[in-house]
Design a protein around this ligand. Structure first.
Ligand code: NAD
Length: 380
């Protein structure tokens, strides 16, 4: 019995990505998987139905659910959409259940087996499935483009008959996946780039892209190599030391995140007020509250002469490539769930499979989400 995989239209507001692309359809069909796509699912990613060669098009979500036993999505379905699923459906997507307890409850009630892509352990073997990295790289690229677009200055040095224009200085805070892509893109656009990260090992990554690493007295890293939250004193020290550098920036791109926490506040109002007129802040951490204390998520505001842009769901603004990368991540993960004949045979001994497993047989399986749920239920 071949596996039947369904791709619905995304319904979240402003979402332009789709969880499939033509190349991945052909990889799936080679494995014997039947692919069903809801008509128009690729429309906002500029992939017309006619490009889904090898897939079966269905005209409604209801028909898609009836035809499929596995559903791939970009963002979480609504509770109503989960309630329309058949019992025992397998759902794979970036479900972010910690932000959506109602949807989590629906997954339990419908006994949906769900895997959440953002929960995949970030080990070397899982790199090809890492949607956080693939989508962050896109966001970093786009952040540099947004900075160049909003800034009232050129990025590159220009030697013209009207004189020589000095290049812009771009400062990037947080040199993880998004920050490094922002550095690379700003460099390609001709800016002078400096960057800072609280993890000491980021210095080498920053310099390998031809940017200057800003070194402060503060560093903080877990034994797994990830940034950890700073104490109040360390945060104040960091803000003060960084302020001297930031006042020289034409464009400041902030990408700092700490796993499972609100975005660290690194740029206080006083630093913004010391920046140049015409300076631009692109706060990629806006989704988690922002690295700048003045950021308004989803808005572009002006504070004095400084523009502060807090974009949301940035990867969705590059929907063709974001969908392609996302679909490949899903395909690589789904391969762990099926055998060579395309049958659903998840190996719950595999740390990647069990790490991503959110719900099964009406139970929440992911430890962190169970803790969160108990906390929420305890508060009510
Ligand atoms: P992230 O999005 O969680 O955070 C972005 C960056 O913000 C990180 O580099 C972090 O160190 C930095 N940061 C946090 N607090 C800060 C502060 N107060 N000041 C300055 N910077 C701060 O991280 P990410 O981009 O998803 O991943 C970070 C790194 O982890 C990557 O660059 C990579 O080296 C590593 N990684 C490894 C794997 C793997 O498979 N081994 C997968 C993904 C990422």
């Amino acid at each position: 019995m071949p596996l039947k995989l369904g791709i619905p239209r995304e319904t979240a507001k402003g979402e332009r990505r789709v969880a499939i692309n033509p190349t991945v359809i052909s990889k799936l069909t080679k494995l014997g998987v039947e692919v069903y796509v809801e008509q128009g699912a690729g429309e906002s990613a500029l992939i017309p139905d006619s490009h889904f060669t090898g897939a079966i098009l269905v005209s409604s979500l209801e028909e898609l659910y009836d035809s499929s036993n596995i559903i791939w999505r970009v963002q979480a379905p609504t509770s109503d959409e989960v309630n329309g699923m058949r019992d025992g459906t397998v759902l794979i997507g970036t479900l972010m259940a910690h932000n959506n307890i109602a949807m989590l409850k629906s997954l339990q009630e419908k006994k949906v087996t769900s895997y959440s892509m953002e929960l995949i352990p970030r080990i070397a073997r899982a790199q090809s499935m890492d949607v956080i990295s693939s989508q962050a790289a896109i966001a970093g690229y786009k952040a540099a483009i947004m900075g160049a677009d909003i800034a009232p200055r050129f990025f590159p040095m220009l030697m013209t008959t009207a004189g020589t224009i000095r290049p812009s200085k771009v400062i990037v805070i947080g040199a993880g996946v998004a920050g490094l892509e922002a550095i690379a893109t700003a460099k390609r656009l001709g800016a002078v780039v400096e960057a800072y990260d609280v993890r000491p090992e980021a210095k080498e990554h920053i310099e390998s892209l031809g940017a200057k690493a800003i070194e402060l007295s503060i560093s903080s890293v877990s034994k797994e190599g990830y940034a950890v939250d700073l104490s109040t004193e360390e945060r104040e020290q960091q803000q003060q030391e960084l302020a001297d550098h930031i006042t020289s920036a034409d464009v400041l791109i902030t990408t700092a995140q700490v796993l499972g926490k609100p975005a660290p506040k690194i740029i206080p109002q006083s630093t913004v007020e010391a920046m140049k007129d015409g300076a631009v802040i692109i706060d990629l951490a806006a989704e988690d509250g922002g690295n700048c204390s003045l950021t308004k998520p989803g808005e572009t505001i002006k504070h004095g002469g400084v523009v502060i842009h807090g974009p949301l769901n940035v990867a969705s603004q590059v929907p063709i490539h974001a969908s392609e990368m996302y679909a490949k991540n899903l395909f690589n993960f789904t391969q762990l769930l099926i055998d060579k004949n395309g049958n659903y045979t998840p190996d719950y001994e595999d740390e990647i499979v069990i790490g991503a497993l959110l719900t099964k047989d009406g139970e929440v399986m992911h430890e962190g989400t169970v803790e969160l749920l108990n906390k929420v239920l305890g508060e009510n």
